[in-house]
Ligand binder design. Structure first.
Ligand code: GSH
Length: 388
């Protein structure tokens, strides 16, 4: 096979496999992204050559992310980060085009670790249906977009997952005035028009829950959650369902005066662990993303924040803090391809876990206390392995 033919075949194989990815998402990621051009089907590898045929989704990751992703990103000098852009308090596109929110700040935190510059991020807003293809094709390096860690995404879809940054669960919300005043559980929505966005775990979860409750309902999906909320407000949807955090955010920001939107108390109906997602088998890049998250959690445990991090680096409270802030000879950041003070920059420029959480999620009414998002010492699940 000539070099050109080999290249052509690899491009075609990627296109085909991207179609497979979209199809693989069909279960819980039922999206209209299956757009491999049909004319490419005519192209074949040279008959005399054995076809090098990536046939599984996993092969695509190796093909599209040839080389070491960490080196690629460091050479580029910017992080390409996929976000939602319309997830209240997680990633919201502002009128000037900038991104704000908890997820957006974790993109910035990774950029601060990589480059010492939290602004060295190119944000790409993605719908739920677009997001995994964007990782597979290399359009984004990492996805920090209300994305739930599931078995199929971790395997068949070719993703790897970083630490969970927000423990969520799917809930339902209805207008009290529409006859849902006492509604508390899935059994109470028989016959309702239930709306959500396409390409999500949400679709399959609600279908399963309705089956389990022995009711039927009409599930309608839209491309994004802005459309879902608009159709809820204009009355086309009786009930909307997605991650509880999003319902709380939408209620805080969009509930019209004089109306009461009720989040059903007997939910969540699922576990939705949300966190960074990247293509599989990029271990060095994964380490940087993961330890950036862990650094924010360890700093939170130790009371190291953006206001005192310089003092803490000058006189560290303990040996672990000294390593993490790059103030000790046995710091580990250099071994990861980062500057010794990489995590100090993360905390200085973006903050620790609690600062990032409180800045964005407290204002819409999502608090850590008593929830799974409390630190492990406070009975929650936010926990990091030791920095040593
Ligand atoms: N966590 C679920 C749902 C993700 C999802 O799309 N959530 C909605 C509600 S927060 C969202 O991000 N909407 C923003 C948008 O539509 O762009 C998943 O990973 O499938």
């Amino acid at each position: 096979m000539t070099k050109n033919n080999l290249l052509l075949w690899r491009v075609l194989a990627v296109l085909c496999a991207v179609t497979l990815i979209a199809a693989a998402c069909g279960d819980d990621d039922d999206a209209d992204v299956t757009t491999a051009p049909t004319e490419t089907a005519a192209a074949e590898p040279d008959a005399a050559e054995p076809a090098e045929t990536p046939t599984t989704v996993g092969d695509v990751v190796d093909d599209t992310q040839d080389g070491d992703l960490l080196d690629t990103v460091l050479d580029r000098g910017e992080l390409n980060c996929g976000v939602s852009g319309s997830a209240v308090a997680f990633s919201e596109t502002q009128p000037d085009g900038s991104q704000t929110g908890f997820d957006a700040d974790y993109c910035r935190a990774v950029a601060a670790a990589l480059f010492g510059d939290a602004d060295a991020v190119v944000f790409t807003p993605l719908t739920a249906a677009e997001r995994f293809t964007a990782v597979q094709t290399g359009e984004v390096d990492v996805l920090i977009r209300n994305t739930t860690w599931t078995q199929s995404r971790d395997t068949e879809v070719g993703m790897d997952f970083g630490p969970t940054t927000y423990y969520d669960g799917q809930q339902l919300m209805a207008r009290e005035s529409a006859g849902f005043s006492g509604a508390s559980q899935v059994a109470d929505i028989a016959g309702a028009v239930v709306c959500t966005n396409a390409g999500t775990t949400t679709e399959q979860n609600i279908a399963d829950a309705a089956d389990a409750a022995g009711i039927s309902m009409q599930l309608t999906t839209f491309e994004d959650f802005d459309q879902v909320t608009e159709n809820f407000i204009n009355g086309a949807c009786d009930v909307i369902t997605t991650d509880g955090s999003a319902l709380v955010g939408r209620k805080a920001n969009q509930q019209p005066a004089g109306e009461n939107w009720v989040i059903f108390p007997a939910t969540p109906i699922s576990k939705e662990p949300l966190g960074p997602t990247y293509g599989q088998n990029q271990s060095r890049f994964a380490d940087v993303v993961n330890w950036t998250v862990y650094a924010t959690i360890i700093a939170d445990e130790k009371g190291i924040n953006s206001g005192n991090v310089d003092d803490m680096a000058a006189s560290p409270p303990d040996a672990e803090a000294a390593r993490l802030l790059g103030a000790a000879d046995d710091e580990q950041q250099s071994n990861m391809g980062l500057a010794p003070d990489a995590f100090r920059q993360v905390i200085a420029q973006v903050g620790n876990y609690d600062e990032i959480y409180s800045r964005h999620l407290n204002p819409v009414g999502l608090t850590r206390e008593g929830s799974a998002n409390a630190g492990w010492l406070d009975g929650g699940l936010i926990y990091a392995p030791p920095a040593r």
